[in-house]
Design a binder for this molecule. Sequence first.
Ligand code: IPE
Ligand code: MG
Length: 232
Amino acid sequence: MDGNGRWAAKRGLPRTEGHNAGEEALFDTIEGVLDLGISWLTVYAFSTENWRRPQEEVDYLLGFSRNLLRKRLNELHERNVRIRFIGRREQPVNSGLIKEMQEAEELTRDNSKMTLSVAFNYGGRAEIVDALRSILNEFSNADGRSDNSATACQDLRITEEDISKYLYSPDMPDPDLVIRTSGESRISNFLLWQIAYSELVFFDVLWPDFRRRHLFEAVAEYQRRERRYGGR
Ligand code: IPE
Ligand code: MG
């Protein structure tokens, strides 16, 4: 969800107004996803790299996310949406927010229309590192050889399926389509493992201006693509 700052700057507004305007874009997109019957949507809300922003903006984004969750949770629940968070649930994310994330997941866990997965304090590389740490942890605990993880590594027959199993949201299917807004043509650490064969669509639209019709355009573009997964 990129381009909030530029959207605000174009209007002579503070960046925070760009973040605020992103709410409508997000909820219009969610409506589009529900209309189309798409069952998983992952949105990149806050990256492990976003902590590098000025403290004032970081604080704003954290507070904004928390308010949004509070304000919209019941509505999402009524729409039969299951909420998930992916990312590192640890400081500097404060424990109050982590608790509210867990409560939202708990409340909506049996919802079945679609899963809204929110990447928060998320990094694709961090996710792979965390998966490897969990695998090694589990191995050394089971084996009682925690003193020698080099041996553990060698003995492990790690498969791609194993890595997938230890990601933050193991039951999430690999995305078919990735949409990046704001005219940037890069991935910026989003779902690195999962997007190996995703179709990428880049939009020259700043996130606050994004609406479901852009999603429909992206899906139409997706339908014109031929996916071969390296085969022929
Ligand atoms: C996306 O908009 C919001 C977050 C990364 C949280 P930006 O804040 O990155 O907006 P630009 O890229 O500066 O326009
Ligand atoms: Mg940006």
